[in-house]
Write a protein that binds this ligand. Structure first.
Ligand SMILES: [Zn+2]
Ligand SMILES: [Zn+2]
Length: 187
């Protein structure tokens, strides 16, 4: 038996979306999402349904699912560097002059640090994706992708033990890497 995929990296850390901080079970599958990438695996009995049964992740699949059959093309990203967030100076909260500031720092999502990959996008299957989410496809075993229906729809992907959707960007970011599709070998 293969080891179950660790779903933690696919969960959100956004303080405004506490309901996405852990995997959840819905409609016969177990899901994890950060709002940009969504993965679905075989139902894990120890994972609970989300409060109020939201978000409706199962419905997204019904709408946007296309069978992914193309191997994910290989791509190499620049090495990730983390630097202190300029907006909150790494303070996360308490960065405004107001006493007891509880505001979320939008520049770093309250991480205190920002990734150099935040300005990197990847062109895959005719659409643009944030590199920090596209790279989450790479470790998935047997990863396959399908072109999305249009440039604004999520890209379906599948791997050994599950499948998922990756949200595209509207435009490229400051540093863009175009990844050519794998062309089938001619006989
Ligand atoms: Zn910040
Ligand atoms: Zn404040």
């Amino acid at each position: 038996m293969t080891e179950a995929l660790d779903l933690t990296p696919y969960c959100s850390t956004d303080p405004l979306r506490p309901y996405l901080h852990a995997p959840f079970t819905q409609g016969g599958h177990t899901f994890a999402t950060n709002g940009y990438i969504l993965v679905r695996v075989t139902l894990r009995p120890d994972v609970l349904p989300p409060p109020e049964n939201k978000p409706r992740a199962d419905k997204l699949f019904a709408r946007d699912w296309r069978e992914p059959t193309m191997p994910l093309p290989a791509f190499t990203l620049p090495e990730e560097r983390l630097r202190e967030c300029e907006n909150c100076k790494g303070e996360k909260h308490n960065f405004h002059a107001c006493e007891c500031c509880e505001c979320t720092c939008e520049a770093c999502d309250d991480e205190g640090r920002v990734s150099s990959l935040n300005t990197v996008s990847v062109g895959l299957c005719g659409a643009f994706f944030a590199a920090k989410y596209a790279r989450m496809l790479q470790p998935l075993p047997g990863i396959r992708v399908a072109p999305s229906k249009d440039a604004m729809s999520p890209m379906p992907f599948a791997f050994d033990g599950g499948e998922g959707l990756l949200m595209p960007l509207r435009t490229t970011l400051a540093n863009h890497i175009d990844v050519p599709a794998i062309t089938p070998a001619t006989p």
